[in-house]
Design a protein around this ligand. Structure first.
Ligand code: FES
Length: 120
C-alpha cells in the first residue's frame, strides 16, 4: 500500500478528486480509479488500454493511500511510483484520494476523446 498523506477511511467507497479538472467521483472498494471515473461519466483522465500498459492514464497521487496493480515500468519507473506517479487504471484507493492528471508534454498528443478536455 502506498500512502502519500492522510488516512480518511470510508466504508462506502472513496472520493477521488482530480485537481486540474476540478472533477470528483466516488470509487468503490476494489474498483480502479479509471473504471470509477468512466462509470460516472467523468472524463478527467484519458482512457487507453485499461490494463497498465499504455501509460495514457498516468496520474500523480497528491494525497491518500492506494494499492496499485501491475503497471508498465516504462511509463512508471519504480522510483516515480514510490513518489506517487501511477496509472489510474491500476490505482485502487484505500482512502480518499487527490490526484492530478500527469499531462503529456511534447508533440505526441494521445488519440483520446478526453485529451482536449483536460488540457484546455
Ligand atoms: S489506460 Fe493504459 S495504462 Fe491505464
Amino acid at each position: 500500500m502506498f500512502s502519500v498523506s492522510g488516512m480518511n477511511m470510508n466504508s462506502a467507497g472513496y472520493e477521488v478528486f482530480e485537481v486540474l479538472s476540478g472533477q470528483s467521483f466516488r470509487c468503490a472498494e476494489g474498483q480502479s480509479v479509471l473504471r470509477a471515473m468512466e462509470a460516472q461519466g467523468k472524463r478527467c483522465i484519458p482512457v487507453g488500454c485499461r490494463g497498465g500498459g499504455c501509460g495514457l492514464c498516468r496520474v500523480r497521487v497528491l494525497s491518500g493511500a492506494y494499492r496499485s496493480g501491475r503497471m508498465s515500468r516504462g511509463h512508471v519507473p519504480a522510483k516515480a511510483a514510490a513518489e506517487g506517479l501511477a496509472l489510474a487504471c491500476q490505482v485502487f484507493p484505500q482512502t480518499d484520494l487527490t490526484i492530478e492528471y500527469f499531462r503529456h508534454v511534447g508533440g505526441n498528443k494521445p488519440d483520446n476523446k478526453n485529451y482536449e478536455e483536460v488540457t484546455s
